[in-house]
Design a protein around this ligand. Structure first.
Ligand SMILES: *Cc1c(COP(=O)(O)O)cnc(C)c1O
Length: 858
């Protein structure tokens, strides 16, 4: 029988246990083991059987058990302690309060997905996990972020396998009343909503849920609301499903609706309005259009003109791009955007032609029929970044078309390397090892924390790693048994699973989305060789793999099937497992349990990658292609680099080369080191690498390092610029007028003539070269520009490489808008040297000379 209605009955806690409700209502429990202990003590069996979900646990506990606990003095004491701990965590001054007094009052952080905890499955993969870690680290640091996202009724799909190993997707309904979120309500108790005008229909209505992520509120919009027609209710049905129009509606809701939700939240709770808006990947980019609407035509706004509003919006917006894979960039048919933003559309009063211009691929090889969300992201944000040094570089090349007058190196896209939230991902036992040697968990000094690793006896590290490996093996066997049953195996056929995998065998982990560039099956390139590695009588290896393919990606599903079928083979099934439904709950025991974390993407498509960071923090050694973060932080001793055959164009041949290198490394380096035991049975050379990994990577891969970088390098400067422009919007208006004047006057800007002196025919290192440049500026003044001497090495084509820039000084003006600029440069290095002179726009409020896209070269 199907129910005609469903709802969740909320438990009534005895007054003495009210604090349990508070602890369950803030997701901080999910990265705080001591709070988890409190829930476990409520009922250890229920805690496990509810999947360690406090809301479900409290809903399932019997009244008699509650009464028992309410009379248990020791439990009440523990509960009081946990509640006081949470209270202190939420209110004490933290890093931001102590160190960043000029930081932004608040930051709005927009993302299409958030992976906070297993109990709130609103993520598909790395992007969401990163957003979750960003919020959690911001909370730990006291950074005043407000997250903005969508609440998907089905989240992302759950993965299972058919008998043949084909991926099956299911979409269980998530009941919001059973989730750790609460509805944002107006003062009179009615639910708070936002609306968005839709073409040819009634307004779209959304309600707003609030998840408490430690100190950080996360607003989640949801269209499952009375008053919405069915096709609107479905806007927040699932993550990354449906056609372009469906996605566009989701992104409208996230961007435009998200800003409106933030305003409602501030109005109701008194929370400060964000001074900075962070667009985590292109999907949320429409937020910039809503802000322009607020600043231009909104009845209660300042009534700015479009250009001024654009400057205000840009100054206070940060855009992070997350992928160099072209298919990962969000693009809509231009006509669809036209339809949703025409007069009376989502942002009424913002001119359609200006909107279309922001997302236009109006550069070489661009497609005039599409609207590109990444391109709009860059145009609406004065500060933009990639997510590793290498990805920053790749992004500058990829988006050079937006700043065609400038060399790749000067494209204004920087980088901040991702990080991971240690308390969420590091096994308690690993922290205990460090803290047993005096490491201070409350210290802000991560280097000092991980230095304690030197003092841990090798035998303790080895014993702990074995314990974590065993925990993973036990968890994997349970998952295998459930999966085999689902695939139609009889109970009697499952006996082998009891001894599948081995807690004493070198364990290699590989889990990630089945996107083709991640090359899920590279390990299977030579199945016989792989089998020999797995079954080696002295130095066996076991592989634990997992990952979902996008439901529409049959190619990815085929890759998964190939591995599942191999893992079904009785000859090797005790050494290789493909576990279904990779998610946070699986990931948490997986990273600590692996000795080696394998990553073999096609370089340079892995923008950063974070799973290897989580493995490293648990003392796992990375075995990876030099891509993303590994390219930056591999130091020769903290793991292994798989040589990548960059430049080999034949994809098959490249895979063969890289797979062979991978097998060689495992056979000749990794396994021998792991199994090389000393008299005490400890592989000392392995443990050396584990220590070095923890010490060299521990302080770097942290999400707290990442969030500090964002605060210092992007959020605070953005807030500073925004304040300069915003006080009465005068600054922004002036900047807009200045930009227009400079762009208008630019055609007259020319470098007419350059003279140099001080170096004869045979200059020597240390000589000083003096340069005079005669420049025509037309109607522009010398203060509007910077005249630069660009100098450095030159290659065989006379192209300048590794350039430095020295500004020249205005010394004299002549009739007709001509000026002389002088400067000196010392020749620091021998070899081929070259220089040129160029003129770029100059204004304190620009973040890069490339911002206006114009330059005049000698
Ligand atoms: C960390 C993590 C990811 C992202 O890992 P990548 O290395 O970026 O592929 C994806 N899913 C889950 C569940 C994770 O924990």
């Amino acid at each position: 029988m199907r129910a005609i209605r469903r709802f969740t009955v909320r438990p009534v806690l005895p007054v003495a246990l009210a604090a349990l409700g508070e602890l369950a209502g803030n997701l901080r429990w999910s990265w705080h083991p001591e709070t988890q202990d409190v829930f476990a003590a409520v009922d250890p069996d229920l805690w496990e059987s509810t999947g360690r979900d406090p809301v479900k646990l409290l809903g399932a506990v019997s009244r008699s058990r509650f009464e028992e606990l309410a009379a248990d003095a020791a439990f009440l004491e523990t509960l009081r302690g946990a509640r006081a701990g949470l209270e202190a965590y939420l209110t004490n001054d933290r890093w931001f309060q102590k160190k960043m007094s000029d930081g932004p009052r608040a930051i709005g952080y927009f993302s299409p997905e958030f992976g906070i905890a297993a109990v709130l499955p609103q993520y598909s993969g790395g992007l969401g996990i990163l957003a979750g870690d960003h919020l959690k680290a911001a909370s730990d640091l006291g950074v005043p972020i407000i997250g903005v996202g969508l609440l998907y009724r089905h989240g992302y799909f759950k993965q299972a396998f058919s008998r043949e190993g084909w991926q099956q997707e299911t979409y269980p309904v998530l009941d919001p009343d059973g989730l750790p979120i609460s509805l944002l309500r107006e003062e009179d108790g009615s639910r708070a909503t936002i609306t968005i005008a839709m073409p040819g229909g009634p307004d779209l209505i959304a309600r707003i849920w609030v998840a408490s992520v430690g100190r950080v509120p996360l607003l989640l919009l949801d269209t499952d609301v009375e008053g919405n027609p069915d096709h609107y209710v479905d806007v927040t049905d699932r993550l990354y499903g449906g056609n372009s129009e469906h996605r566009l509606r989701q992104e409208l809701l996230l961007g435009v609706g998200g800003v409106r939700a933030l305003r409602a939240y501030s109005r109701i709770t008194g929370a400060p309005a964000p001074e900075v808006f962070h667009t985590n990947e292109g999907h949320a980019g429409f937020l910039g259009l809503e802000r322009i609407r607020e600043l231009t035509v909104a009845a209660d706004g300042p009534g700015l003109d479009f250009e001024t509003a654009l400057e205000v919006g840009r100054a206070s917006t940060v855009f992070t791009t997350h992928t160099p894979v072209p298919a990962g960039i969000d693009r809509f048919p231009r006509t669809l955007v036209e339809q949703y933003f025409s007069e009376g559309g989502a942002t009424p009063g913002v001119p359609l032609d200006r909107i279309l211009g922001l997302g236009a691929e109006d550069y070489d090889n661009g497609d005039a029929s599409v609207f590109n969300m990444a391109v709009m992201g860059f145009r609406l944000a004065q500060r933009a970044n990639g997510v590793s040094v290498l990805h920053g570089e790749v992004s500058r090349g990829m988006f050079n078309g937006l700043w065609p007058a400038f060399d790749e190196a000067e494209v204004p896209i920087g980088s901040i390397t991702n990080g991971v939230h240690a308390p969420s991902w590091v096994a308690r036992e690993v922290f205990a090892l460090a803290e047993g040697q005096g490491a201070d968990p409350d210290s802000d000094d991560a280097e000092a924390y991980w230095d304690a690793v030197d003092k841990i006896p090798s035998g303790d590290i080895w014993a702990t790693k074995r314990q974590l490996r065993e925990r993973l093996v036990v968890d994997a066997r349970k998952r295998l048994a459930r999966s085999c049953e689902k695939r139609g195996a009889a109970k009697a056929e499952l006996g082998w699973i009891e001894t599948a995998l081995d807690p004493d065998v070198l364990t290699i982990g590989f889990a990630r989305r089945a996107a083709s560039y991640k090359r899920l099956t590279l390990m299977l390139r030579d199945p016989e060789r792989l089998k020999r590695l797995l079954l080696d009588p002295e130095r066996p290896v076991q592989l634990i793999m997992a990952g979902k393919a996008h439901p529409a990606d049959d190619g990815g599903k085929k890759l998964i099937q190939a591995i599942v079928q191999l893992a079904d083979d009785p000859e090797v099934r005790h050494r290789i497992a493909y576990l279904p439904n990779y998610d946070i709950a699986m990931a948490q025991p997986l990273y600590p349990g692996c000795d080696v974390w394998l990553n073999n993407p096609l370089r340079p498509y892995e923008a950063c990658g974070t799973s290897g960071m989580k493995a490293a923090l648990n003392g796992g050694l990375n075995l990876s292609i030099l891509d993303g973060w590994w390219d930056e932080w591999y130091d020769g001793n903290n793991g292994w680099a798989i040589p990548s055959a960059d430049g080999v164009d034949d994809a098959d041949h490249r895979d063969d080369l890289e797979a062979a290198a991978l097998y060689d490394l495992i056979e000749k380096e990794v396994a021998p080191r792991f199994y090389d035991l000393d008299a005490e049975g400890v592989p000392t050379r392995w443990i050396e690498m584990v220590r070095h990994t923890l010490k060299s990577l521990g302080p770097k891969v942290l999400a707290t390092r990442m969030v500090r970088d964002y605060v210092r390098q992007l959020y605070t400067p953005a807030a500073g610029n925004a304040r300069l422009l915003n006080s009465d919007y005068h600054g922004a208006a002036e900047l807009a007028v200045w930009k227009k004047r400079v762009k208008g006057g630019w055609p007259a800007v020319r470098v007419e003539h350059v003279e140099s002196s001080g170096v004869g025919d045979a200059p020597e290192v240390g000589a000083t070269m003096s340069v005079r440049a005669f420049v025509a500026l037309g109607d522009l003044a010398p203060a509007d520009v910077e005249v630069q001497l660009v100098h450095g090495k030159i290659n065989s084509e006379d192209e300048l490489v590794q350039t430095s820039v020295s500004p020249l000084t205005a010394v004299e003006s002549y009739e007709g808008g001509r000026h002389r600029f002088d400067g000196d440069v010392v020749l620091e290095q021998g070899g081929a040297f070259g220089y040129t002179v160029r003129v770029v726009p100059c204004n304190d409020l620009l973040t890069s000379p490339a911002e206006l896209g114009v330059v005049a070269l000698a």
